[in-house]
Design a protein around this ligand. Sequence first.
Ligand SMILES: [Zn+2]
Ligand SMILES: [Zn+2]
Length: 102
Amino acid sequence: MSAPALTPADSAIFDEDVITEMEEHLDEPIACGIETCEKEAAWRVSLRCCGDSTFLCTPHYFVSRSRLGWSLIWAGAAQCAVCGTVFRHPMSYDAIVRVVPL
Ligand SMILES: [Zn+2]
Ligand SMILES: [Zn+2]
């Protein structure tokens, strides 16, 4: 079985415009990085391999945690979609992703 591709939020990848826009609105609450989500972000999660990061609300943070956990258990590995680093079971979420509360 091939390793599923991994991003900090599984689907959220920021392009330059979004990052610029975020920097312009630093005083405002940061929105969750999941496109369909309108909640305020509560966590900044970044991949330790390449530093690719995103902001997540608490529910999506837990979704990302459990999805990565299940990928490691069921596929035996997960691969970073940005730099290609492969993480293998039994690495923990916290060994792969750095989490900073906002
Ligand atoms: Zn990476
Ligand atoms: Zn969210």
